[in-house]
Design a protein around this ligand. Structure first.
Ligand SMILES: Nc1ncnc2c1ncn2[C@@H]1O[C@H](COP(=O)(O)OP(=O)(O)OP(=O)(O)O)[C@@H](O)[C@H]1O
Ligand SMILES: Nc1nc2c(ncn2[C@@H]2O[C@H](COP(=O)(O)O)[C@@H](O)[C@H]2O)c(=O)[nH]1
Length: 390
């Protein structure tokens, strides 16, 4: 919830700006962007190298400052950053001395994700979303009834393509199974804690599944997307529905068993549930399999023979083209220490170096095309097109 900062300023832009300038909390460089009568001030409250960029909002109508709820991973500071208003829903922050993977961050002000979260949390909500050059891989949501083999298929993908895929580690209130490790298979948590965190907006989706709470935290998805890997979510059908309705652009895959009898056999043979729990999971399976037919999913795979199902999964994920598109997107450069920003009417943004000398890997000019942005917090903002001139 946005916390009001006790200061009053005149509503005129100039006075507001100087008021922002007097704001002693921000040290060093900061940017100010106006959207719909609000000034978004981005800077750091400390000059330490590991300091993060913070945001404060000044509302010209009320003459008051707000410290909004900021979702998403805050960018690290750099010696200098610049702001570009991409549309009235997000501000692009461009950082100096930063790699191609780190230089662009979007501060979402009125995106779909932010609107969803505002409804949940109330108050002023903003979200950071790292920019991703090129098309970037969409997250993959895998659903299906308990015991169908989702985990087995995901483990195979992760083992065979460790640099391509990363698993979104969910939170759950169920007890750990014998070989499950906290932080790797799940973040095991208490119900009260998880309920509180759901209310605080920590989760992208959450659901009551077979009597326990499960949820995907914003941080879990970010932890994977930040490494540049393709995020895999193993979640139930309710969770898939929530993600489908959210701003996250994902590929939805439903795994079906060859029969109920086989599903029951797999659940029993796994030996991880009590008889009562198996019965509950089997009852829920009938409903989930019906829901799986409803058009929520982009692909349905039957897991009869494991190897053929895995081959089909790899085929539909077009793994060869993923590897090549990742390579195509891996443009490498470093932004200059100081630069000017200009833009044209065609959504091109020009970053021109003001450094005294040219250095290897630092272009004189970087041109960003922001006309085809997709996705957003926390799955990264994809579709940034970049060209460089040395
Ligand atoms: N194609 C298959 N043929 C036979 N057994 C399989 C097949 N796929 C998976 N299994 C086995 O079925 C059991 C359940 O698989 P797994 O744990 O991967 O299911 P799951 O869908 O992830 O279940 P849950 O949703 O409860 O986590 C495991 O013992 C696994 O080895
Ligand atoms: N909606 C969500 N469902 C989740 C999540 N993590 C796991 N799951 C689903 O729960 C069941 C049971 O899992 P188990 O590990 O107890 O066997 C299974 O269908 C999972 O897909 C989540 O974060 N959100």
């Amino acid at each position: 919830m946005g916390q009001e900062i006790q200061e009053n300023f005149s509503a005129s832009l100039q006075e507001s700006l100087s008021a922002c300038g007097d704001d002693s909390d921000f040290k060093g460089h900061k940017t100010i962007t106006e959207i719909c009568g609000k000034l978004y001030v981005v800077g750091a409250t400390s000059e330490a190298a590991e300091a993060l960029l913070e945001v404060k909002v000044f509302d010209k109508a009320t003459g008051k400052w707000f410290a909004p709820t900021i979702l998403g991973k805050k960018p690290n500071t750099s010696t200098f950053h610049s702001d570009v208003l991409v549309s009235n829903d997000r501000i692009l922050i461009l950082k100096a001395d930063s790699s191609a993977n780190e230089f662009s961050h979007f501060l979402e002000v009125d995106s779909k994700f932010v609107r969803e979260r505002k409804e949940l949390l109330g108050g002023e909500v903003l979200a950071w979303s790292k920019g991703s050059i090129g098309d970037g891989p969409k997250p993959i949501v895998i659903s299906g009834p308990s015991g169908v083999g989702k985990g087995t298929l995901i483990n195979k993908l992760m083992e065979d393509f460790p640099s391509t895929f990363g698993f979104s580690v969910s939170h759950t209130t169920r007890a750990p199974r014998e070989k499950e490790v906290n932080g790797i298979h799940y973040h095991f948590t208490e119900r009260e804690v998880m309920e509180k965190e759901i209310r605080e907006g920590k989760f992208l989706e959450s659901a009551l599944v077979h009597g326990n709470l499960y949820g995907t935290s914003v941080e879990a998805v970010e932890a994977v997307t930040d490494t540049g890997k393709r995020c895999i979510l193993d979640i139930d059908v309710q969770g898939a529905r929530s993600v489908r309705a959210s701003s996250i652009e994902a590929i939805f895959i439903f795994i079906r068993p060859p029969s109920y009898e086989e599903l029951e056999k797999r659940l029993r043979d796994r030996g991880t549930e009590t008889e009562e729990q198996i019965q509950k999971r089997l009852r829920n399976a009938r409903k989930e399999i019906e829901e799986g037919k409803e058009g929520l999913f982009d692909h349905i795979l039957v897991n009869d023979d494991l190897e053929s199902c895995y081959a089909n999964l790899k085929k539909l994920l077009g793994l060869d083209s993923i590897e090549s598109s990742n390579k195509a997107a891996s443009v490498d450069f470093k932004t200059p220490s100081s630069f000017t920003i200009s833009r044209d009417a065609e959504n091109n943004i020009f970053i021109e170096s003001q450094d005294a000398e040219t250095k290897d890997g630092i272009p004189k000019k970087i041109v960003l095309d922001v006309s085809s942005l997709r996705g957003g917090a926390p799955g990264r903002t994809r579709g940034l097109a970049v060209s460089t001139e040395y």
